[in-house]
Structures are given as C-alpha cells and as structure tokens.
Design a protein around this ligand. Sequence first.
Ligand code: GLN
Length: 252
Amino acid sequence: MAVGVLALQGSFNEHMAALRRLGVTGVEVRKPSQLESIEALIIPGGESTTMAKLAHYHNLFPALRDFVSLGKPVWGTCAGLIFLANKATGQKLGGQELIGGLDCTVHRNFFGSQIQSFETELVVPKLAEQEGGSDTCRGVFIRAPAILKAGPDVEVLADYAVPLDKLRSVVSDAEAEEAIADSQGKVIVAVRQGNILGTAFHPELTSDIRWHSYFLKMRKASDETSLECLDLSNQNSCYHLGRRTFDLPIFE
Ligand code: GLN
C-alpha cells in the first residue's frame, strides 16, 4: 500500500519516518497525478498559508478535493488540519484557500505565536482503545490551531482545557459568543469524521506511533490482509518495529 505525504513544505519528512517505522512505504506527493496512485494521504504541519500558495502553484487543489471526496483516508496535522477544515478563522486578511471536507471551524494560531508553543499530555481514550498503550499521548503544539466548532458527524478524539478569558481574548467578538457558549472550557484538538482525521498537534515529532497506526487502519476495510498487518498485537505482524534504529522522531 502506498501512503502519500504532501511534501510541499513542513514536517513531511518526519511523517515519512514514522511510516517507515511501521514498515509502510511513504510517497512524497508534489504533483496532482501522484494522488492517483496512493491510497491514503497525510498533510503535514508547517505553514498553511505557504502550503496553500504552493498547492495552488502546483494546481493541487482540485485533485486534493477529489481525493477527500472519494472517501480515501486523509490526515491533517496542525497546518494540515487547517487545510482540511471547512472554515478557518484567525486568518490573514483575504483568507487562504482550503481543501475542506472536515465539518469544523478551526482557529489558526489559537495558542499564540512560536514562543507560546508547548507540550502537554492529552487524554486519548479512543486512541488507546484501538491501539493499546497509555490513555494519554504527548501533544506537541507548535503555533497550533484549535477547533472551536465541530459538526454532528465529527467524533472528538481529544480536547484541551483553556480558560474562558483565553478563549475570549483569542477569538473575535463575532465568533466569541458562540465558541465560548459551546466550549465548556475546552477546545477540540483531535477529530475524526469518516475518512478524515485531524490533529492540531504533531504526533510525528514524538516516538508514539499510535496515531500513524490508527490512521493506517482507516483504509478501506476490504483490504483485510493489510489490516492484519497493522495489528500491533498480532505476533506475526508485518510491522518491523525495532528493525530501524531511530533517526527520527525528534523527541524520545
Ligand atoms: N500556525 C500554522 C498555520 O497556520 C500551523 C503551525 C503548524 O503546522 N505547526 O498554518
């Protein structure tokens, strides 16, 4: 199975490394035609405005939208999440082009600028239920967005508590009332809607490969053989964990 990683800008290399650690070949995607030969796509973190300009330059948007609407698994991390959202707020004047598909409103740079980047433990029961291991994961937030509003078909996989005054200070007046009323003191930082997975943080920068494993299992259930391969508890698993000494991730 070929899994593509959009390789225009940002942390695509780290995603490629995480896939390698799971014994899966990643394909760096830069052209629309490459999307035809992959079964799933990861859109990395980086800078969504830059990525959008490059995607536009390479005429990737129509093919990316087709890929999402065909029901193929797509995972956006951080800037990639912004890319997949139906609506982004906190944008520069004039906005930016999005792929869309994920019924969410995502606020860019919700947690602040580079120096407000942080790491935290996130409670992720649904990830642990499927992938095993701890019911928390390390969330690396780098100029990260937050999801302020999610539609009825969106499953929340992780959220993060924020003080209400923080919410008020970040979102604009018009958005504030609704967002604050709905938030219950939390913002959403990981979601799934059918074939779309979105995380506001960067699992590819940690040694925890469970998000990548979770994503790979989102491929069509018809591919039984591959799914067996992805069962970490299966002794005959075709993962090659431990085969490589780690080059990445950055954080151990
Ligand atoms: N702040 C970036 C953006 O809006 C996202 C940061 C990231 O991907 N780590 O595009």
